[in-house]
Write a protein that binds this ligand. Structure first.
Ligand SMILES: [Zn+2]
Ligand SMILES: [Zn+2]
Length: 348
């Protein structure tokens, strides 16, 4: 066991404190990553505010989109060497043998993938502790090479927010000649816009407030539709092939479904709860309603490679990890453009 430091939930909802933690000794196929930056995701906020979730016995250390450098490798590791720039996302293991894993969708492993924090290690049964920490020990199969030329702080959010929107863009074929809509311009949405533009698609952003239009265009959007304006929405009818819906709360999807052209698909990635749909909105134009979450190993590496080639990163506000409380409080008010990353090098 090695001694490290990290931010663990306290008994008070939404609060973390810096404590000493232990990481396991390297197994043959393990890599130890010294973490430089980790994103602050809505999932972290949710986990920390949950009713005593992860507290009272089970330690909760958030953080599941981090980057750093390999500092040690187990004897069976073949893909990484000490000094490699790497990234880790929201899963750190899976069964490897089920139909989903065999299909490269480890994120949907039927035995449930091991989450980066709050998961149960498949070997020793311990609870996984996340990336708001000075280092992490992880199987090499769930470590990814990151483009060294990109700002590591801005790469970290690609590992959760990025893959979450990359998967539907790739599954539903966003590219030259396709028309992609993005609903909700936050951590997920701003990356959906950048990635869809980089893929060569024509991108429309739906926003509720006119003052976000300039932001959307700055991210590369070709068209902005004011979703609160019925005329604007009606004019956008049947004009898109794929809509990525990143709105985090419950909302009506009908208005966005109606912007889809023949055989178009609306993919809900923000609100993972009940969705009400009028089948007539599906019948007209033979539309489809879908969802996806995160991505498998191959597609995660594909995203990082693509971002390296196209210079795509998240728009981040980086703060020393000592300011994690401020980041959490501001994220709770959606006061960030568009993602916080913690600089964990202050942990020494
Ligand atoms: Zn996340
Ligand atoms: Zn599996």
């Amino acid at each position: 066991m090695s001694k490290v430091t990290g931010y663990r939930a306290t008994d008070r909802p939404g609060e973390v404190e810096l404590v000493g933690l232990t990481r396991r000794d390297l197994r043959p196929d393990d890599v130890e990553v010294r973490i430089s930056h980790c994103g602050v995701c809505h999932t972290d906020l949710h986990a920390l505010s949950g009713s005593a979730a992860g507290r009272g016995g089970t330690p909760l250390v958030p953080g599941h989109e981090f980057v750093g450098e390999v500092v040690a490798t187990g004897p069976a590791v073949t893909s990484f060497a000490v000094g490699d720039p790497v990234a880790v996302g929201n899963i750190v293991d899976s069964c490897g043998t089920c139909a989903m894993c065999v299909a490269g969708q480890e994120n949907m492993c039927v035995e449930f993938p091991t989450l980066t924090y709050g998961g149960t290690d498949r070997v020793d049964g311990s609870t996984t502790l996340g990336g708001w920490s000075s280092s992490y020990v992880v199987r090499e199969d769930f470590v990814y090479h990151r483009p060294p030329a990109l700002d590591p702080a801005a790469v970290a959010p690609l590992m959760c927010a990025g893959v979450t929107v990359w998967e539907p863009l790739r599954v539903w074929g966003a590219g030259p000649g396709t028309r992609v809509g993005v609903v909700g311009l936050g951590g997920l949405g701003h990356l959906a816009v950048k990635l869809a533009v980089a893929l060569g698609a024509e991108v429309t952003v739906f926003t509720r407030t006119a003052d976000k239009a300039a932001d959307a265009r700055a991210l590369g959007a070709h068209r902005v539709v004011l979703s609160t304006d019925e005329q604007d929405m009606a004019a956008a009818g049947e004009s898109l092939d794929l809509v990525i819906d990143c709105v985090p709360g419950a909302h009506e999807v009908g208005p966005y479904l109606r912007t889809l052209a023949l055989d178009g698909t609306l993919v809900v990635v923000g609100h993972l709860g009940e969705v009400r749909v009028d089948a007539m909105d599906l019948l007209r134009a033979r539309r489809r309603l879908a969802s996806s979450g995160s991505a498998g190993r191959a597609r995660t590496q594909e995203l990082l490679d693509f971002c390296g080639e196209h210079g795509v990163t998240a728009d981040v506000e980086t703060v020393p990890s000592a300011q994690v409380a401020t980041a959490l409080e501001r994220l709770g008010r959606n006061d960030v453009r568009y993602r916080f990353t913690l600089d964990l090098r202050d942990l020494g």
